[in-house]
Design a protein around this ligand. Sequence first.
Ligand SMILES: Cc1cc2nc3c(=O)[nH]c(=O)nc-3n(C[C@H](O)[C@H](O)[C@H](O)COP(=O)(O)O)c2cc1C
Length: 326
Amino acid sequence: MKTRITELFEIEHPIIQGGMHFVGFAELAAAVSSAGGLGIITGLTQRTPQDLADEIRRCREMTNRPFGVNLTFLPAVTPPDYPGYIRTIIEGGVKIVETAGNNPQKWLPALKEAGIKVIHKCTSVRHSLKAQSIGCDAVSVDGFECGGHPGEDDVPNFILLPRAAEELAIPFVASGGMADGRSLVAALSLGADGMNMGTRFIATKEAPVHDNVKQALLAASELDTRLVMRPLRNTERVLKNAAVERLIEKERTLGPKIKFEDILPEVAGVYPRIMTKGEMDAGAWSCGMVAGLIHDIPTVKELIDRTMSEAEQIIDRRLARFLHAA
Ligand SMILES: Cc1cc2nc3c(=O)[nH]c(=O)nc-3n(C[C@H](O)[C@H](O)[C@H](O)COP(=O)(O)O)c2cc1C
């Protein structure tokens, strides 16, 4: 399948694995890229730029296909060493960067000068247009269904994607709720040039996370995610667990007075405990509604191959049949 996204990133299939904290290590990124998609290492999971340099090197040893690095710009009391991470990405020869969170404008000149293509993750049409106007090459349009931070507008992909298609000139991928060939065809129909998956890629053999996490995804339904941190305007979709119930209770009792410090036990530093140690109630972790569509733990290649053959069958047979039924 050839789309503007496969052309832009020089990949075989229009499938991207979005950056995921403590999931997007070299093992997963390399598996996705080797299977013909675009794998992405999560930059800030690496504690220092030097650690990121090592991770990029490890990934390159595992695949000779293109892969990217995610850089997430979030408000922080002590911001990460962004200039250091950017330098590492450039010196590491990485040619694709997925940015997310705040406007990446400040970092674009350095990235562009190094010939790096930038795809920015946006949860609204206005942010997508902004990304286009500052020179991003593509956008990942993240609907309300998505795992992680869906923004504050709550527009699901059935509306958000065609709205993005109405306004954007640069290519975009559909993100949030994507799981299989049906998702890919729907995304293409709504105007996207491919899809980005987060949660679905966690439930794969190569995802370097504790088996408890994968089992939790198998057990979860589409009803099992919760939105937290809305009062802080930092809304996150997470899988419900004991810590999330506690967090929601704090939000209920403290109301608009709630501060980030009030919920530190439920959100700070919890990812390594969950993803690496498998302590499933340690805190809130991002998870999409798409958990309801996850019923197995295939290899990344099996997942991508079957997604592509399912998409081709839907286009060639199911959809074509409607047209030729008369
Ligand atoms: C466990 C987890 C961690 C994530 N961490 C990040 C992150 O650090 N930076 C980022 O830009 N997006 C992050 N995301 C969002 C994904 O890249 C992607 O946009 C999202 O998962 C798409 O929705 P889906 O889960 O329905 O596929 C995370 C998602 C999950 C599930």
